[in-house]
Design a binder for this molecule. Structure first.
Ligand code: ZN
Ligand code: ZN
Length: 385
């Protein structure tokens, strides 16, 4: 038994404290101090503060070997909690509504177990408590730039999912979360009197054609076996019944998994904007910002975690998890080392979606996540039989 009842209670207590005291992205000062204190109490760890918020702890095994990084994110969301639970957020406008409080607690607990078994390890376990997962460009990128991935051979992270039943784990091979890009565009016409459209260039009509032609970028340019979403989420222009405006502003998001598809969609959108506006004598601007890269799990790393889950929690623990169109900045670590991001089922009946004011997790999920983290480390760095 890797996770004692006592450790499970400790993990729940850590999680509840964090839940009651959430802090927003890049503002996790108290949270960082709390984690630092917990790590100091565990002892036997080399603690560093690579960035203003967030913290890294290194555990050196009994012998030299490979380096395995484990990652938790620590930030909360700008949401006012409505769960009514006894350890609900004490701060209006801030809530752990994505489960990052649970991620932090699981990683602290894994550190506690592994410190006690350091003699069985060859190499280093690096615990990454990362700030600001929720706000692009994301804390992972800042952490990577600060050098936290230097020398890392394998990186493993996890997310509690309310959409997956508690008691289940998923570690899919290949894509798990999408590239989440945002864009802004402007169609520039020539305004004037609404009764004399021939004297100007009507940007509303041109922008409408752009929006419709965008729909064909995915349906006609992308391999139908692959996935992509182009959504126009803003269409803004005009101010009166009898005035043709000068310009229309458009904005939206693009979600993809495959880098080639991502490039195809971006280029296709620009081509549409250029072509349609030119056809009607209008101008345009296009500002495309790449968000988090997709999380794509390495096959052998996913297999390592799946085997760890089965050996600790039984054959029935594994479920399949199809890719989701949400974004995750764990991808910034995967750009530096092979790795896997696994899913810890934390939902019960009547689950609520992530990022919702009534989001909750089933705390029985924590022990499963801890067990998988610890077993993965023992299997990868272990010197035992
Ligand atoms: Zn989130
Ligand atoms: Zn999250």
């Amino acid at each position: 038994m890797l996770v004692s009842a006592e450790l499970e209670q400790q993990a729940i207590a850590w999680r509840r404290h964090l839940h009651a005291h959430p802090e927003l992205s890049f503002e996790e000062h108290e949270t960082t101090r709390y984690i630092e204190q917990a790590l100091a109490e565990i002892g036997g760890l080399e603690i560093q503060r690579p960035t203003e918020t967030g913290i890294v702890a290194r555990l050196h095994g009994g012998r030299p070997g490979k380096t395995l990084a484990l990652r938790a994110d620590i930030d909360a969301l700008p949401i006012t909690e409505e769960t009514g639970i006894e350890f609900a957020s004490t701060r209006p406008g801030a809530m752990h509504a994505c489960g990052h409080d649970g991620h932090t607690a699981m990683l602290l607990a894994a550190a506690k177990v592994l410190v006690g078994r350091r003699d069985e390890l060859a190499g280093e376990v690096r615990f990454l408590f990362q700030p600001a997962e929720e706000v692009p460009p994301g804390g992972a990128r800042v952490f990577v730039e600060a050098g936290v991935m230097d020398g890392v051979d394998l990186v493993v992270g996890a997310h509690l999912f309310s959409t997956v039943a508690v008691g289940k784990i998923a570690a899919p091979v290949g894509p798990l979360t999408a590239a989440a890009d945002i864009w802004d565009a402007e169609v520039q016409g020539k305004g004037g009197h609404a009764a004399m459209p021939h004297q100007g260039v009507d940007p509303i009509v041109v922008a409408s054609e752009v929006v419709l032609a965008f729909q064909q970028v995915v349906s006609r340019s992308v391999d139908p076996i692959k996935s992509a979403v182009v959504s126009v989420t803003r269409f803004e222009g005009g101010s009166a019944h009898n005035v043709i405006p000068e310009a229309v502003k458009l904005a939206g998001t693009v979600r993809t998994f495959d880098p080639e598809v991502r490039a195809t969609v971006r280029a296709g959108m620009e081509r549409v904007l250029r072509g349609v506006t030119e056809a009607h004598g209008a101008g345009y601007s296009f500002d495309y910002v790449e968000g988090y890269d997709p999380v794509i799990n390495d096959a052998w790393a996913a297999e390592l975690v799946r085997a760890a889950a089965v050996s600790e929690l039984g054959e029935d623990i594994l479920v399949e998890q199809p890719p989701i169109m949400g974004g995750e900045d764990f991808s910034a670590y995967l750009a530096r080392a092979p790795g896997v991001f696994f899913v810890v089922g934390a939902g019960d009946q009547g689950w609520t979606p992530h990022h919702h004011p009534r989001f909750t997790i089933d705390e029985n999920a924590l022990r499963n996540g801890i067990a998988v983290f610890v077993r993965t480390v023992l299997d990868y760095l272990g010197t035992g039989p």
